[in-house]
Design a protein around this ligand. Sequence first.
Ligand code: HEC
Length: 117
Amino acid sequence: MKRLSAFAALFLLFDSLQAEVSFITEAEYASQLYHSPRGIGCHKCHGDQGEGRLIASYKDKGEDKVFHPPAINQIGYDAFVDAMKKRQKGMPRYFLTANEIKALFFYLHQKESDNAH
Ligand code: HEC
């Protein structure tokens, strides 16, 4: 009898751990991926909402230059997917899956779909 209740307790613990793992929403997953996509976070260069960000201004051979990764929250889904598959000057390559790219796009456009409701 005692053994059975220990087993039951273990089962309950396992069950609640499982629940914890699956209680991450799509929005949380998308946000995590945007900030930590198996490489340097997108927000470091494109800003937290994908609004673009001025990283540095400097002089090169007497000319004023800036490193200003563009806004990425304005382009459409197809252009976003294409851009993620191509080499971008000044951006690491990520080799993300189609679903990961979709999640990133979702992250960048969450606010708009919230407003639509
Ligand atoms: C080290 C800085 C850096 C990081 C990190 C970075 N990018 Fe970029 N990204 C750039 C730069 C710079 C460009 C512009 C390239 C150009 O103008 O040729 C760019 C371009 C893009 C474009 C194309 C924009 C357009 O209008 O065509 C997309 C989409 C994009 N990045 C998405 C992402 C996503 C998503 C992540 C994270 C997975 C990310 N970037 C991480 C620097 C970065």
